[in-house]
Design a protein around this ligand. Structure first.
Ligand code: AHM
Ligand code: MG
Length: 422
């Protein structure tokens, strides 16, 4: 019996697996697997095929669960097992997601316990990272947790983290030698504890992860000085535009712990059930409302923003924007929490450029691109105002990018305002 058949509450007659594959140069193929009781439930949303085409990238495949059993649930482990069974060529992602699953649970636990005097994990580490920011103890610890978890999958080539000066190969030791393992299939970029400035106050934080494919040409092995220039260039594997992402995920440490992922075909939200220690599918194929009336910016910077953005936000505040609705403000100051709410309730989250910091604050590689991938896969948009965030080729690991993302109609209003100002 197929594993899927055992999930009785999932396999109602309308349940089918549907997924699309796009190889940039060749084809756009739809595969389906239908449940035994369903002969006509072929389900491939045309919008998904269109969005795959638009993205011009190799799209990974995910099962579509269109029902969730309220009592039994589908764990992240089972979900990934389904993905692997139906898509053997990306089966190795299962190992990676297993590692991230464990790391997020460990980080969630640490963040929760951090308020206890005995944990001694609050406050500053005493180091400053490459971006001149004081590292919090939890920044350093969580970076280590994630790095170790990924390292022991044996699937990783290179990673880049907010807390590392340069990309790090995972097979090397702490000397950060340049060394590649032939089995390395993936490249990870991550921010281990985004919003960590909030953590001492017990306010939500999150982990952001993007997964790219490792360049097949980077299969040489070398150590330190033996490395040729081209080997070193392999480290630049982390510098891929968001359109190349094969997967992205975030974990939100809040009133619940969430694990939210996309494999390029919809967004799946899992909630940690502490009783069984598992992430359980709680929001399958979640879609952001097309419009809403919530804005989420650090509005103290309003006077320094670009005029086209000021104009739109002014209209939203006053109820004279395109929708005619008066918007409310909700701003945590933790991107993961703010984006999570935006996906569920709709609206606009942004950290735009301003006269002081023209490229804004958020980092393209491990904050902007993975979160934009998730936002687009949820049916939203993510823009700099003048361009799609996912299409920006990064030149540096810690490069910043102005971002406004959220409900399609509201973001379109921002894009139009920039276009009109030219
Ligand atoms: P961090 O990666 O150093 O934690 O900074 C990123 C965070 C985001 O989560 C959040 O959107 C932003 O910084 C908040 O910045 P500000 O305090 O300027 O509003
Ligand atoms: Mg961050």
């Amino acid at each position: 019996m197929r594993l899927t058949s055992a999930i009785t509450c999932l396999l109602a007659s309308s349940t089918a697996y549907a997924f699309t594959v796009q190889h940039p140069s060749t084809r756009n193929v739809a595969f389906t697997h239908q449940s035994p009781s369903s002969s006509s439930s072929l389900f491939v949303a045309s919008s998904e095929v269109e969005s795959a085409t638009k993205m011009n990238r190799q799209q990974t495949k995910a099962p579509v669960f269109d029902e969730v059993c309220e009592t039994t649930g589908v764990t992240l482990t089972r979900f990934m097992a389904e993905v692997a069974m139906l898509n053997p060529e990306i089966a190795e992602l299962t190992t990676l997601f297993g590692a991230i699953d464990t790391a997020c649970k460990a980080i969630s636990n640490m963040v929760k316990r951090s308020q206890l005097p005995s944990s001694e994990t609050l406050g500053y580490e005493g180091n400053v990272n490459i971006q001149g920011e004081d590292q919090k103890k939890l920044d350093v610890i969580t970076n280590d947790v994630l790095k170790r978890a990924l390292r022991f999958t044996g699937k990783m080539g290179v990673l880049a983290s907010e807390e590392e000066d340069t990309p790090v190969d995972l097979m090397g030791d702490t000397e950060k030698e340049v060394l590649f393992d032939e089995g390395s299939k993936y490249v990870a970029v991550f921010d281990p504890l985004d919003g960590s400035s909030n953590v001492d106050a017990g306010i939500p934080t999150g982990t952001i992860i993007g997964i790219y494919e490792h360049d097949d040409n980077c299969d040489t092995e070398c150590v330190g000085d033996q490395c040729e220039e081209e080997d070193k260039e392999c480290l630049a594997n982390t510098l891929q535009p968001g359109t190349n992402l094969v997967a992205a995920a975030y974990c939100l440490y809040s009133s619940s712990t969430f694990f939210v992922l996309t494999l390029g075909n919809g967004v799946y939200m899992f909630t940690l059930d502490e009783n069984i220690g598992e992430f359980v599918l709680s929001h399958p194929n979640v879609k952001i409302p097309e419009t809403s009336s919530i804005i989420s910016f650090n509005e103290a910077n309003y006077h320094m923003w670009d005029a086209p953005l000021q104009k739109v936000v002014k209209g939203w505040r006053e109820g004279t924007g395109r929708s005619g609705k008066r918007f409310s403000s909700r701003y945590i100051g933790s991107m993961v929490g703010d984006v999570h709410r935006t996906i569920l309730y709709g609206g606009v989250f942004g950290y735009p450029g301003d006269t002081k910091n023209p490229t804004g604050k958020l980092r393209l590689l491990y904050e902007g691109a993975p979160m934009s991938f998730i936002m687009e896969q949820a049916g939203g948009l993510s823009t700099t105002g003048t361009g799609r965030v996912l299409e920006i080729p990064p030149e540096m690991v810690h490069q910043r990018v102005p971002i406004v993302m959220g409900s399609k109609q509201d973001i379109q209003e921002v894009i139009d305002s920039y276009a009109e100002s030219n």
